[in-house]
Design a binder for this molecule. Structure first.
Ligand code: S3P
Length: 191
């Protein structure tokens, strides 16, 4: 049985909120690579970008993903990797190496939403999201451009859910339903 669900996708598509809900419903652990990066660096993401640049942030991101893949938390009784929902930052899948690592350990689910919905959800928190400030463009335009730039990367996910018109609880239900269906397909004995 697959014991990891990886949530990825553009900023403000609900990865953390949905990830927490899915983990709670399945009784799984929840891990967030951005939170791990911030805890290890001892500073917020915007500060990491400002002080050290994006390549440094991406190196920390790759390291956080590699840690989860290579040193999974183990169940003390069985010694097997503990099941968990892992939420990644919105740019994690852009690096094909990250995508390959994540696919080795679980099913990669991408959350998306229409640019105008993302712009409304981001609102004033755009200042905490350095990738949205690049180019000094109107927010919705910047979101459209970055989504287009990343379309091929997000298409590498095993499944995509459009969250534009759904609550986090509805997305969590759809995601679990899709996960169960994928597991049943994978485990079906061949005729
Ligand atoms: C980024 C998304 C952010 C964070 C960083 C870079 C991106 O995470 O990792 O600011 O490049 O899309 P969220 O998607 O959780 O906002």
């Amino acid at each position: 049985m697959t014991t990891k669900i990886i949530l990825t996708g553009f900023m403000a598509t609900g990865k953390s909120a949905v990830g927490h809900l899915v983990a709670k419903q399945l009784g799984w652990r929840f891990a967030d690579t951005d939170q791990q990066i911030v805890a290890r660096a001892g500073k917020p993401i915007a500060t990491i970008f400002a002080e050290h640049g994006e390549p440094h942030f991406r190196a920390l991101e790759r390291e956080a993903i590699a840690m989860l893949v290579e040193h999974p938390r183990l169940c003390p009784q069985s010694g097997n990797p503990l099941p968990e929902v892992i939420s990644t930052g919105g740019g994690a899948l852009v690096d094909p190496e990250n995508c390959a690592m994540l696919k080795r350990i679980g099913i990669v689910m991408c959350l998306t939403a229409r640019p105008e919905i993302i712009a409304a959800r981001v609102g004033r928190s755009a200042t905490r999201r350095p990738k949205l400030l690049e180019g000094n463009l109107p927010l919705e335009q910047r979101i459209r451009d970055l989504m287009t730039e990343r379309a091929a990367a997000y298409a590498r996910a095993d499944l995509t859910i459009d969250t534009s018109d759904l609550s986090p609880a509805q997305v969590a239900d759809q995601l679990i339903e899709a996960f169960v269906a994928m597991e049943q397909l994978r485990c079906r004995p061949s005729a």
